[in-house]
Write a protein that binds this ligand. Structure first.
Ligand SMILES: [Zn+2]
Length: 618
């Protein structure tokens, strides 16, 4: 608890009500407001805030502007209040293909969000305010595809600079500029950041993404204006066919990123884009109706294969052969996959119906529901299906070709995601201020407390056999833990600078791979630790995310002992004690966006629409 003074009243801020924390401040909910409290308050920040508040800018409600100053008990200003952004997600989710598949967010919805972002940005600009550090973590969207702008206290106005810019979104014209000295951003640099976010959400690639033989970093590519469509760039496998956009949009992006002109799409043109994309009836790709036919199904020439020599990930290239078997291919979308022993469970959405498929000796399919449930998480263990939706956790028994409700319980969320997991035999969930584990007996859940955590502030993940890892957050401090058959252990991890923006974990029988992504002074970093089942750290690595072939995406990997198996566009890469070996023969079958699972004497690679089995042989 901390006590602050707001509008001459004492207010208690509870660590359980934290909404998030970053390098600069923690945001806590109280009295239906968000209290942003700086870790270290400075006279410059407070002066800027006072000027912002007294300027009475005419901003729309979806801009979370500072309302009033907040003081400590010695009457020193330490932060401010602002409106709470309810049920919103960061825009970064819109360029995440897995999230987009799961939530079935199509291109027309992207147009809708960005149309609202554009409208809002114009209103901000009409006040002579500039967003400055405009990025996909401080722009949010809600369920109606309307935008919300946060971190408004960092906006540039008058003599006040916006002191930071984010690697992927900052205009290359500002590379190397000391942003703290004087106001350097402009309306044009905001439109540049807008165009990057829009591009990423339309095609799932950065305008300067992909791999180039000589210009290897994004900075280098941006400075040399070599865009992802350049003939010397290997286009990421995850990226959509650019011809799903119309020529007008492609020209707009080329003007900005190739010709380096800072233009903006006129509002009338944006209006025309609304609902102008339709789904291909055979492959599901959304393409602009100007195109007449689906660019993926009517390709003029076969897609280029990845030229392995140009991918700069590894020194060892392995000539091992591989055997590949198609397990499943669908026109629908794969929402969830789990392997238990030799059985594969798949939850799939097809024609707005959600199915559960079980692949063992034969395929058995069960219709779960005649709709797509949004914002849910699935888990499967033994013969039970778990469905988490906000704080509700429903448990169903899976029988021959139907499911029967067994029981219902609750859990807490972290960042709006319901937290629960399961091992082979047990369910794990959050209950009040503890992590509970239980089994189902006679249709009832029998539980015991595994450990104390903090309500609303706990993230965790579980593997087999009953091995897990997580953290709870007390204001700005993260407390990491693991549990295994050997007990519960606190982790002594180095404190990372900046804001943690993503956490993932994978498990082997007795080791844990903890992956984290941080944003610090505008640059994104990926970190991993391999940890044994007593909490001892075996291996650690940190890389800048943008230039990392293997750690740009944290999910989808397999851990075997102390080796990590990464999916990449060049094929499977095995990392052992930081030595990388590329299994070149797998390059035609794998993409960096796949999820890998151990299966029989090989592995499964799961993409949005396909499951294959890969076995490596000498
Ligand atoms: Zn098609």
């Amino acid at each position: 608890m901390i006590t602050v003074i707001y509008k001459n009243q004492k207010i208690q801020l509870d660590e359980k009500d934290s909404l998030g924390t970053g390098g600069e401040a923690t945001v806590i909910k109280a009295n239906n407001l968000a209290f942003k409290i700086y870790h270290v308050s400075s006279p410059e920040k407070i002066l800027k805030l006072k000027d912002f508040i007294s300027s009475n800018f005419d901003l729309p409600d979806n801009v979370a502007r500072p309302f009033d100053l907040v003081y400590d008990l010695k009457s020193e200003p330490i932060g401010f209040t602002m409106p709470i952004a309810k049920k919103c997600k960061e825009m970064i989710h819109l360029s995440n293909k897995k999230y987009r598949t799961q939530e079935q967010i199509d291109t027309n919805s992207i147009i809708k969000v960005f149309s609202h972002v554009k409208e809002t940005l114009e209103k901000i600009h009409s006040n002579n305010l500039v967003v400055g550090d405009f990025n996909d973590l401080n722009a949010l969207f809600n369920q109606n595809f309307l935008s919300v702008f946060i971190d408004v206290d960092s906006y540039q106005f008058g003599k006040y600079p916006c002191p930071v810019g984010t690697d992927q979104f900052i205009d290359p014209n500002l590379y190397g500029v000391d942003l703290t000295k004087k106001p350097s951003f402009s309306k044009q640099t905001d439109w540049y950041s807008f165009a990057v976010m829009f591009f990423k959400s339309l095609l799932f690639v950065h305008p300067y993404g992909g791999t180039h033989k000589t210009h290897q970093t994004l900075y280098d590519r941006a400075q040399n204006k070599i865009i992802v469509f350049d003939k010397n760039v290997i286009y990421p496998k995850m990226g959509l066919n650019p011809n799903c956009l119309n020529d007008e949009l492609l020209n707009f992006f080329e003007t900005i990123f190739k010709k380096a002109k800072r233009i903006d799409i006129p509002s009338s043109k944006f209006k025309e884009l609304e609902n102008s994309f339709e789904a291909c009836k055979s492959c599901g790709l959304f393409y602009h109706k100007d195109r007449q036919q689906c660019p993926d199904c009517h390709k003029l020439k076969p897609q280029q294969n990845v030229d392995i020599s140009q991918i700069i990930i590894t020194k060892n290239i392995d000539e091992d052969k591989c055997i590949v078997e198609n397990i499943y291919q669908t026109e629908g979308a794969i929402l969830f996959t789990k392997v238990i022993d030799k059985t594969i469970y798949v939850i799939e959405l097809i024609n707005s119906n959600t199915f559960l498929h079980k692949f063992s000796d034969q395929k058995v399919s069960t219709l779960l529901w005649k709709q797509n449930l949004k914002n849910v998480r699935y888990e499967i263990f033994k013969n039970y299906l778990l469905v988490g939706s906000e704080n509700d956790l429903m448990i169903f028994e899976i029988s021959a070709n139907s499911i029967t409700p067994v029981t219902k319980t609750v859990t807490f969320m972290f960042d709006n995601v319901p937290m629960f997991g399961c091992s082979e035999n047990k369910i794990y969930r959050l209950s009040d201020s503890s992590l509970a584990t239980g089994e189902i007996l006679h249709k009832n859940l029998f539980e015991s407390i595994l450990m104390q955590t903090l309500e609303n502030q706990t993230w965790f993940k579980v593997g087999n056999p009953d091995i897990g890892c997580g953290f709870f957050r007390i204001f700005k401090d993260y407390h990491y833990f693991i549990f295994s058959k050997k007990g519960r252990f606190e982790l002594d991890l180095p404190v990372l600078d900046g804001k943690i923006i993503e956490t993932e974990a994978e498990f082997s029988i007795n080791t844990i791979l903890l992956l984290r992504k941080t944003l610090y002074k505008g640059r994104t970093w990926s970190h991993y630790h391999i940890i044994d089942d007593e909490g001892k750290i075996i291996d650690t690595k940190s890389e800048e995310s943008l230039n990392s072939e293997l750690l740009r995406t944290l999910s989808g990997k397999i851990l075997v002992g102390s080796s990590i198996v990464h999916p990449s566009d060049a094929g499977i890469v095995i990392e052992k004690h930081k030595q990388l070996t590329l299994k070149k023969e797998t390059s035609n079958y794998i993409s960096s966006n796949d999820r890998l699972f151990l299966y029989k004497d090989g592995m499964l690679a799961v993409s949005d629409r396909k499951i294959i089995f890969i076995k490596l042989i000498k």
